[in-house]
Design a protein around this ligand. Sequence first.
Ligand SMILES: [Zn+2]
Length: 196
Amino acid sequence: MYPKKILTLISFLKKLPGVGFKTAERFAFELIKWNKEELKSLANILYNIKETLKKCTTCGCLKEEDHCYFCDIKLRNNDIICIISSEKDAFSIEEIGAYKGLFHVVSLISPIEGFQKDDNNVDNLKKRIINNNIKEVIIALDSTLEGDATSLFLKNKLKNLNIKISRLAFGLPIGSSLEYIDKTTLAKAFFGRQNF
Ligand SMILES: [Zn+2]
């Protein structure tokens, strides 16, 4: 039987995506081999991460201190918004180098649980579109049931705003989450976006 501290460490590590008991076990035993300084640095990052890394209240992306790179009007095209469901997707889309517009993070709606009250940041999105004179909205949500349901929901909510709405579709395999798509496929999906 492992010491309690090891078991606790394993149970934390197991919470990470794709990490089962065996992998968590391996990670835990690897970590205890690290020297004290390394462990202290890791612990410090984790301890402070919520204070130093914040969600931008405008777009929902991650920002360091008070500056949101994704909302910086000097760096971005201000009349186009790309809708994503994870802060991480902004970095993936940024990486393909073809998009310099704004972002907006929404949470996905489960078609099985039905539509919850409007808590997925859509009212804020509408305000942004109107106040900033946005011309196009690109829906870059997963090609899954949740992604489809949320896209339809957004389309309905935004249909009276007289803007172009497109969705990444071309090249995206059904059932795929943006997170697991390689750069080339994502770039293709972006360029081949279709009116929605
Ligand atoms: Zn922002």
